[in-house]
Design a protein around this ligand. Structure first.
Ligand code: FES
Ligand code: FES
Length: 158
């Protein structure tokens, strides 16, 4: 079985998996991190959203063989401060605004939100409604209004 090495939440990991196995199942079934959720498996619902090198991506759509040893993957499990355990400001904002309903989509929503704030900053602006409109993560519970409020308040602390 081929071996694959990459960085996951700050640690170098090596797994044995078929080249065409999608990264989401490597993370969930082989490594055992179940924060990234399986919704569609087709790069549509965004329930599985994680970060690769700081940017949002959907590991259900990426074969593990496409991940390089130098790639840094971050899941919701890797957001809290490693030293202190303090939650990321986006996670705190989620709690403050009581965003989650069933919770299924929420890890992906939080990961997408952080990446979107970073993307706006890299473009030299604070996050606005036009940026929020670009977030495509589906929430079947319809928590969108609270999600937008939480992202705006977290952005001020990031
Ligand atoms: S499970 Fe990855 S986008 Fe739906
Ligand atoms: S909180 Fe239920 S799917 Fe979003």
């Amino acid at each position: 079985m081929p071996q694959h090495t990459f960085k996951l939440n700050g640690e170098q990991v090596t797994v044995e998996a078929p080249d065409d196995l999608r990264l989401l199942w490597v993370i969930r079934d082989i490594i055992g991190l179940t924060g990234p959720k399986y919704g569609c498996g087709l790069d549509v619902c965004k329930a599985c959203t994680c970060h690769i090198n700081g940017k949002a991506f959907n590991p259900c759509a990426v074969p593990v063989s496409k991940i390089d040893p130098t790639d840094e993957i971050t899941t919701i499990e890797g957001l809290a401060d490693r030293e202190t355990g303090a939650l990321h400001p986006m996670q705190e904002a989620w709690l403050d605004h009581d965003v989650a309903q069933c919770g299924y989509c929420q890890p992906g929503q939080i990961m997408a939100a952080i990446a979107k704030v970073r993307q706006a900053r890299a473009a030299g602006r604070e996050i606005g409604d036009a940026d929020l409109d670009e977030i495509r993560n589906i929430c079947r519970c319809g928590t969108y209004v609270r999600i937008r409020e939480a992202i705006k308040s977290a952005a001020a602390k990031m």
